[in-house]
Ligand binder design. Structure first.
Ligand code: DQA
Length: 149
């Protein structure tokens, strides 16, 4: 049975490609999903993707993922910096979550320099544009292998 990976994106990430391309790049979310899906298959895994602009919707998606996903790549967008609810959802589900950011949030405005969710994630990848997701998938699959060994 292939490993099941959820790629979960939060608010405004549906606009990737046209949204502040100087900060977030020209790659669309569809492009990112397609690339990750190909890599996942090469690595013997299956990737599903979900996106919501709503905090509660993201909480529901994490709850549901508890029933079928082995791990989650999660870019919570601006909720990264504000959402105790998302942090609690990750802690409550016990899912292996890797936090992903296109931009280097540590080098941006001070309000982006704190993440509510990092402490409940297995790792964080930030600053490599669309490649952040590729690196995060690699890290997550290696982590899952290590835990299973
Ligand atoms: C982001 C960084 C967040 O601060 C911002 O609110 C986003 C995107 C990133 O991928 O760089 O929406 O998560």
């Amino acid at each position: 049975m292939p490993r099941q990976i959820l790629l979960l994106n939060g608010p405004n990430l549906n606009l990737l490609g046209t949204r502040e391309p100087d900060v977030y790049g020209a790659t669309t979310l569809d492009d990112i999903v397609a690339q990750l899906r190909t890599i996942a298959i090469e690595r013997g895994a299956e990737l599903s993707d979900q996106q919501s602009n709503h905090e509660g919707g993201l909480v529901d998606m994490l709850h549901d993922a508890r029933n079928w996903a082995d791990g989650v790549l999660f870019n919570p967008g601006a909720y990264t910096h504000t959402s105790i609810a998302l942090r609690d959802a990750i802690a409550a589900t016990g899912l292996a979550v890797v936090e992903v950011h296109l931009s280097n949030v540590a080098a941006r405005e001070s309000f982006r320099q704190h993440s509510m969710i990092s402490p409940v994630c297995v790792g964080v990848v930030s600053g490599f544009g669309a490649i952040s997701y590729v690196a995060a998938l690699d890290g997550l699959l290696r982590h899952l292998d290590e835990v299973a060994a």
